[in-house]
Ligand binder design. Structure first.
Ligand code: 6R9
Length: 651
């Protein structure tokens, strides 16, 4: 276990506070008693096919399935023989009720422009754009890359892809041209959908320019569609680039949905693993939709009249599952905001909550820590009384931040759901049920129905209370990943080869005496920067691609706002260890990967500490980066002088 993980345990081990759900909340909750939860959980464990089969009746199938579940992990298939379409389940089926005029997406642009798309509007736009995609030659089974700002057209493009059975691959706008090219190539994407730019803190982020750069290295891509958002100048390449509005002008608003196998890949989403190469996590259609629909309903206690806001970017899994697919499958109203939380000022989120009378609010601990820093005067300026439920996701929440969220935002009235899950799990796995579970600050509490976690040793033995170990899942669930795109061997190897018969999450955790889970940190070389997963190896390969870098080792260290910061130890091929070079290397990493990977610290070193077998001793580097006295064993260190020198060189 990493030292970072050990430190996390220490900070939460003293945590004994417990908050039962408020009586008024319980009274109206979708799931409102411990017995009800236990009964669901037991049934899902003992009879997964019966449990999920009953719930799957809540989806619209073009053709009924033969079997709920076939095979064992990792080769599980859900709802085999069934035909389904995601856009139909998110849109069409809401049109023959009063929901046709219900707001599907309430959107707020960073400059303050707003749009509301009712379910009917969404239907029309999605059908029209699906027809545009077909016209551009996109067929069922093709991959389409989306590199878009947070505008409704991003959701429209996703649903249009799903309508015709094209698999979307969304790349977060903070990734660079090189990262786009890598993902285009890995997925062999045929088409890219982008925008001229997007707004961030009043500035134009030039998205089309990045796509243009990536095109030199993306031979599979034939065409590019450009949505006009900021009006910035862009180069349009004839017969390759098309304006969204031109295409839509004469597109028909009727498009028959393609009936797809339940296992048809709805999307690929790239995420960091322990090596430098991002993994193309592939999700299914039927199982994924069912999972995101049910978990939205259970965890967010979704009701017909709720206004629900998840502040994530759709470029991450949280936005896929809990801005688009989960809420829309439930016929909910989902709020989407384009920009930064501190633009034009630090009250923007709370202004939006007041303006739309948001009832359910879902954000990340890193954002909560920033709000704390900005001061209570910002939320206190606004009426937050519409809020009834709060959620967090992406990283462990420190009890201090939890308490602030509870008192200042929730005004001690709102349950907090700390939701643990991953890109790979597709949907929330462990979380309080807001009408049932007494919460403890810092714990994601207990597994949802259908989720059978365990904590085991590296040999696969189950551990007892309060013993830290590997978090695994013992049973398959409908919304789990199906493969890593184009690399089924890596899929089996990464998730299923360590512990026989189990899915390995890659996190360490402990379970307390009440059966509550506490996530301690990653077990691999993945760091969590502001809730974004980054591989240290990815940053290392970016660094060594610079001609002046000989060797690099990258580690995470505790960071007040970001959760973890990025610290890079670098040895050089020259003796040019200047401040300028530090800036140049930071910029270099940004160009290679994107702004999300910008190093917080660059430290030049004469040598890196290595074991006698030549492995970089990251544990030591983590201690140095965190400013800790190293307590670990250094007996295998090749040269103790290296360590002494590194410490002297501390910033
Ligand atoms: C949804 C998402 C997954 C990793 C995961 C874990 C960390 C997420 C957490 C949490 C503690 C929570 N993580 N939620 N740790 N408490 N509530 O974030 O997906 O980007 O794939 O990251 O994030 O380490 O393994 P993804």
């Amino acid at each position: 276990m990493s030292d970072q993980a050990n430190e996390n345990i220490e900070s939460v081990l003293q945590e004994t506070r417990s908050f039962p759900p408020p009586a008024e909340f319980v009274e109206q909750a979708n799931i409102s008693s411990q017995e009800q939860y236990q009964e669901m959980w037991n049934r899902a464990k003992d009879d997964p096919a019966g449990f999920w089969g009953d719930l799957a009746q809540g989806l619209e199938w073009a053709q009924p399935y033969d079997n709920v579940l076939e095979g064992e992990m990792p080769e599980t298939k859900w709802f085999t023989g069934g035909k389904i379409n995601a856009s139909v389940n998110c849109i069409d089926r809401h049109l023959d009720s009063w929901r046709k005029n219900k707001a599907a997406i309430v959107w707020e642009g960073e400059p303050g422009d707003t749009r509301v798309l009712r379910y009917q509007d969404l239907y029309r736009e999605v059908c029209k754009f699906a027809n545009c995609l077909k016209k551009l030659g996109v067929e069922t089974g093709d991959r389409v890359t989306l590199y878009m700002p947070m505008v409704p057209e991003l959701a429209i493009a996703m649903l249009a892809c799903s309508r015709i059975g094209a698999t979307h691959s969304i790349i977060f706008g903070g990734f660079s041209a090189d990262a786009i090219a890598d993902r285009n190539n890995d997925a062999q994407a045929k088409l890219v959908i982008t925008a001229d730019g997007g707004w961030r803190r009043g500035k134009n982020i030039p998205l089309k320019a990045a796509v243009d750069q990536s095109m030199e290295k993306s031979p599979s891509v034939e065409k590019v569609v450009v949505y006009r958002r900021t009006g910035c100048e862009v180069d349009m390449v004839p017969d390759r680039d098309y304006w969204w509005h031109d295409l839509m002008e004469d597109a028909s608003a009727e498009c028959d949905p393609v009936e797809l196998d339940s296992e048809h890949p709805l999307f690929i989403l790239y995420t960091s693993g322990s090596t430098g190469k991002p993994k193309g996590v592939q999700h299914s259609t039927g199982g994924y939709l069912l999972g995101t629909m049910m978990t939205s309903k259970w965890v967010f206690d979704l009701k017909e009249e709720d206004t629900y806001w998840c502040t994530a970017d759709i470029g991450w899994i949280t936005g896929h599952s809990y801005i688009v697919y989960g809420p829309l499958a439930n016929g909910a109203t989902t709020v989407m905001y384009e920009g930064a939380p501190n633009w034009p000022d630090e009250g923007r989120f709370w202004e939006i909550v007041e303006k739309y009378q948001v009832n359910i609010f879902y954000t990340a601990p890193t954002a909560i820590r920033a709000f704390i820093k900005w001061g209570d005067q910002w939320p206190n300026k606004y009426d937050l009384s519409s809020l009834r439920l709060l959620g967090t996701v992406g990283e462990p929440i420190n009890p201090e931040a939890w308490m602030w969220y509870h008192t200042v935002i929730g005004q001690e009235r709102c349950p907090i759901v700390d939701t643990w899950w991953q890109t790979e799990t597709g949907g929330i796995m462990m979380s309080p049920l807001p009408g049932v579970t007494a919460t403890k600050p810092g714990s994601c509490t207990t597994p949802l129905p259908g989720v059978v976690p365990d904590i085991v040793t590296a040999e696969g033995e189950s551990l007892g209370d309060n013993q830290g170990g590997l978090l695994v899942m013992r049973q398959p669930w409908p919304h789990m990943l199906r493969t890593l795109y184009g690399d089924h061997e890596r899929f089996k190897d990464v998730y299923f080869s360590t512990i026989e018969g189990c899915y390995l999450a890659g996190d360490s955790a402990r379970r307390d005496e009440d059966g509550y889970y506490w996530i301690m940190g990653r077990i691999d070389d993945v760091i969590n920067v502001s809730g974004h997963r980054l591989s240290t190896m990815e940053v290392e390969s970016a660094l060594v691609s610079h001609p002046k870098v000989a060797e690099a080792a990258v580690v995470g260290y505790p960071h007040d706002l970001k959760g973890e910061g990025i610290c890079c130890f670098v040895t050089l091929t020259t003796d040019d260890g200047t401040e300028e070079l530090k800036q140049e290397l930071k910029q270099h990493v940004r160009t290679q990967i994107g702004v999300v990977a910008t190093p917080d610290q660059i430290r030049f070193a004469a040598a890196l500490p290595k074991t006698r077998s030549g492995k970089i001793m990251r544990r030591l580097l983590r201690d140095i980066a965190a400013g800790r006295e190293s307590v670990g064993d250094t007996t295998t260190l090749e040269d103790l002088n290296v360590l002494a020198n590194l410490k002297q060189g501390d910033e």
